[in-house]
Ligand binder design. Sequence first.
Ligand SMILES: Cc1cc2nc3c(=O)[nH]c(=O)nc-3n(C[C@H](O)[C@H](O)[C@H](O)COP(=O)(O)OP(=O)(O)OC[C@H]3O[C@@H](n4cnc5c(N)ncnc54)[C@H](O)[C@@H]3O)c2cc1C
Length: 400
Amino acid sequence: MSALLSGPGGASSAPSIDVPWALTDEQVAWREAVATFADKVIAPVAAQNFISGRFPADLVPQIGELGLFGIRVSAERGGSGGGVTDMALAIEQLARVDGSTAGTVQVQAANAACLESIGSEEQVGHIIPRAASGKCFVAFGLTEPSGGSNARNMRTVARRAEGDWIINGAKQYITNSGTPFSEYVVLFAVTSEGTTAGKHEISAFLVPLDAPGVVVGPGYDKLGFRASDTRQLYFDDVRLPASAMLGEPGTGYGAAMETLRWSRVMVSALSTGLAQGCLDETVALVKVRESFGRRLGDHQHIAFMCAEIAAMVSTCRLLTYDAAWKADHGLPYELEASVAKFTSSELLNRVTYRATQLHGGQGLMLDTPVARFFADARVQTIIEGTSEMQRLLISRGLGL
Ligand SMILES: Cc1cc2nc3c(=O)[nH]c(=O)nc-3n(C[C@H](O)[C@H](O)[C@H](O)COP(=O)(O)OP(=O)(O)OC[C@H]3O[C@@H](n4cnc5c(N)ncnc54)[C@H](O)[C@@H]3O)c2cc1C
């Protein structure tokens, strides 16, 4: 039994199934480095930032130094050229202590990689190294007030005017769009007028957040991911040169979906980390807290609830690294990414319910890690395609 259960990452991690078959020695060392950083630097300030809803700008340089923002950017452009697995390992370890920081890193690392994949040297060559180090944040502007699930039904429009582009519209729930580091948004907009709704040609643009006509709204006061930065963006006759378009006309939607596809593996990793954090906290608690003259963990019902949590954490991890391994080995992984994202985020919500229950009144106190993880769990079934959208994608995989 103990050979299977080895407690991946973090000095005080409770045992759950690890994935040694999927990892190289370098990846194991990388995971350990991020786990140590998470325990020493992120964990001590996580509760305070969550309660105050404060974006921890002071931590960004250290996160950048560790190379977390540039994991998926090429080495030539200042990143480490890592794969999906490398990034998932880091996101899992950050989330084990703090969902908000994991979310901030996940979005910036994904957006830096997205920008590198769709921008030309002239357009993004000077931005990518700064994005990879965290000196410049790039947001991802897809979701609109009219709805995020049906992303194709977009209202933000870019029209041609004397060789330039004029952009009008609004985006909502955009992560990392108003931090002290936020400089650009990769904006998705309709570039074909007069086509049927839902069949628009959608293109990607690199929009400076300080361009005339761009308004960055105030930060949302959120339930989960409270210490991450999320805002509404408005575009009122924003005039950009022709060179602002990233890639060919009409390729924006495909680029957005490609980023979302592998980012789903990251949400699965993030959910795994939050679930492991719940397991760690709960096992530690039930080993010392007593009721009816016995440790909580000596009551079989409670021991069994912990066993269920460990089984769910293990399921999340196995699905995450299966999808990540396939992505890194050039195998089809779209179905795996959806199954992992859907299952991990849904299981996480069961895990956080049990963990807060086993903490009793303590589990409802905002400075308790499991209370934060409970709130952050609600985010995971919504972002990067809701659970309903994952069911849709998985059912399509069944030919339905
Ligand atoms: C913290 C946070 C950060 C985010 N960051 C970003 C970001 O950086 N960039 C970005 O572009 N977006 C971002 N989002 C937006 C996120 O991707 C959307 O919230 C998500 O896609 C859902 O869209 P919606 O909120 O408009 O819900 P809706 O699309 O309005 O859906 C509402 C409900 O209806 C369900 N539903 C919709 N259609 C169907 C259907 N056909 N069948 C069954 N059920 C259906 C949905 O599953 C959901 O439960 C973020 C959101 C959050 C909460």
